[in-house]
Design a protein around this ligand. Structure first.
Ligand code: WQD
Length: 339
């Protein structure tokens, strides 16, 4: 049985990827220090798959702790690296924490990979590296724009570290640039667990719909888009997780054509904020109260993926609709409310 380390595996995308690994017969080992999640997520994974994944609470940004953890483990055939701080706004307030944590953990893990070059390494990157792309849909060779936040910069620098490390040390890696991950596992046993007031649209929307938050503010309705609100590519977290398996297996089967390959992971379809609200209302049967508010600093007008490369090379495409994303997100929110 191949062993795969999932760092940040109790987090939103990490936990859904842990499920996809287990149902495909991989031995999933999680490293997560709970900075942005709860230990009960391990129960949720076990409830879905029937197998409780091994989990170690370890700070991967601590070189000694990371090394000790990896040395205590049997060899890994793959590492899927999610563990990172990911709040754009917070990264502006605490840039040093973001650089130390996001880049330190990556460097510590790559020390292991360069000593085990047949270990397939998957890096969690983001469409934020494109900023406001010059043309839409966005393709992988689109220009990388100066980062608009320290968070985005850690993703850009992370990809550069991968490229330089792979060419110097002979390992291979794949960077996956996520668009907007949303939704939850259809079982409603795992999903998004935002801590504090959600900064992202969909968790705020579901919390507002169940009375946990006040009126949803739509940040800007005067953009040059079909309805004046920003457009994003919202992708179901299960679709996104399945792409990680496809990318990892590409490396395990030595099919990669470059030392570091990059893939955009989206649906290829852009949806406006108002269209997301309408999809939620259709899926939940609930009306959403919202009001227009000033634009949010740092928002790009529109971003959605050209998915050709992921489909042609990984043999993967997103299959879940925006309405299904909303139905799954709402079902998950209702379980949280009842806890
Ligand atoms: C989407 C749209 C907001 C909240 C961020 C990160 C990105 C990735 C996904 C990690 C925008 C609008 C939002 C609200 C609103 N994270 N909005 N009212 O900013 O596209 O992407 O999360 O990789 O890196 O940048 O996602 O959900 O915050 O915003 O109107 O209460 O919803 O203005 O147009 P974003 P988001």
């Amino acid at each position: 049985m191949k062993r795969v380390l999932v760092t940040g595996g109790l987090g939103f995308i990490g936990s859904h990827t842990a499920v996809e690994l287990q149902v495909r017969g991989y031995q999933c080992v999680i490293a997560d220090n709970l900075t942005n999640t709860q230990r009960e997520v391990q129960d949720g994974i076990a409830a879905i798959t029937g197998t409780r994944p091994e989990w170690t609470n370890v700070d991967l940004a601590d070189p000694a702790a990371c090394r000790a953890f990896l040395q205590s483990q049997p060899k890994f055939d793959g590492i899927i690296h999610f563990a990172a701080f990911k709040a754009v706004g917070e990264s502006v307030q605490k840039p040093l924490d973001y650089y130390r944590n996001n880049l330190g953990s990556l460097l510590n893990l790559l020390d292991y990979v360069r000593a085990n070059v047949d270990c397939a390494f998957i890096f969690s990157s983001s469409c934020t590296v494109y900023g406001q792309a010059d043309e839409l849909p966005i393709r992988e060779h689109a220009a990388i724009k100066p980062a608009e936040s320290p968070y985005g910069n850690t993703k850009q620098i992370g990809e550069e570290i991968l490229r330089d490390g792979a060419s110097a040390h002979g390992f291979r890696a794949i960077a996956l640039r996520y668009f907007n991950p949303i939704g939850a596992h259809p079982s409603a046993k795992i999903g998004e667990l935002p801590i504090g007031v959600p900064q992202n649209l969909v968790p705020f929307l579901t919390q507002s719909a169940c009375g946990m938050r006040g009126t949803l503010k739509v940040f800007g309705n005067d953009y040059k888009t079909r309805d004046g609100t920003c457009i994003r590519d919202y992708i179901h977290v299960v679709d996104l997780s399945q792409a990680h398996i496809a990318a990892m297996e590409r490396l395990m089967q030595n099919k990669a054509k470059e030392a570091v390959e990059v893939f955009n992971l989206g649906t290829g379809t852009g949806s406006s904020v108002l269209e997301v609200i309408a999809a939620f209302e259709r899926a939940s049967g609930k009306r959403i109260a919202f009001e227009f508010a000033p634009r949010r600093a740092g928002d790009v007008v529109a971003a959605y993926a050209d998915t050709t490369k992921a489909t042609e090379v990984l043999g993967w495409r997103a299959s879940r609709s925006l309405d299904q994303c909303m139905a799954d997100a709402w079902r998950w929110q209702l379980t949280l409310k009842s806890n």
